[in-house]
Design a protein around this ligand. Sequence first.
Ligand SMILES: NC(=O)c1ccc[n+]([C@@H]2O[C@H](COP(=O)([O-])OP(=O)(O)OC[C@H]3O[C@@H](n4cnc5c(N)ncnc54)[C@H](OP(=O)(O)O)[C@@H]3O)[C@@H](O)[C@H]2O)c1
Length: 110
Amino acid sequence: MASTEDFKGRWALVTGASSGIGAALARELASHGAKLILTARRRDRLEALAQELAAKGTEVRVVVADLNDPAAPQQLYGATAGAGLAVEILVNNAGLGSMARFAPAPSSRK
Ligand SMILES: NC(=O)c1ccc[n+]([C@@H]2O[C@H](COP(=O)([O-])OP(=O)(O)OC[C@H]3O[C@@H](n4cnc5c(N)ncnc54)[C@H](OP(=O)(O)O)[C@@H]3O)[C@@H](O)[C@H]2O)c1
């Protein structure tokens, strides 16, 4: 089982880091010494979180990306591996909740 020590100095990519569970996990990973790449669509929120974490000594990068956009994977690759950052931890959290009867519910939502 992984120890929290295992996060120290490693790059963690958190999708959906602008709110909720993603932001909470980003804070938790930073508190255990991880370096963070924060991604979501809302730049203002990502930058506020990045400033908060950087003030505590965490190395942070922000990548604004809409994961509905087919260009987003290449954009994220370019900002991570393409920029020489080896991502070792992935929190693949971006998404949304939708409560509805299954049959009439839309298969996707913007
Ligand atoms: N909370 C729960 O009880 C619960 C239960 C089961 C599963 N989940 C799942 O856990 C994850 C997080 O939930 P949460 O409650 O923390 O929700 P949340 O506060 O709404 O956060 C969702 C995150 O996903 C990002 N996101 C949404 N669509 C995106 C897109 N197209 N491209 C990039 N980023 C996108 C949002 O950022 P931007 O809007 O800035 O892009 C936001 O940072 C979701 O996948 C959700 O389905 C949550």
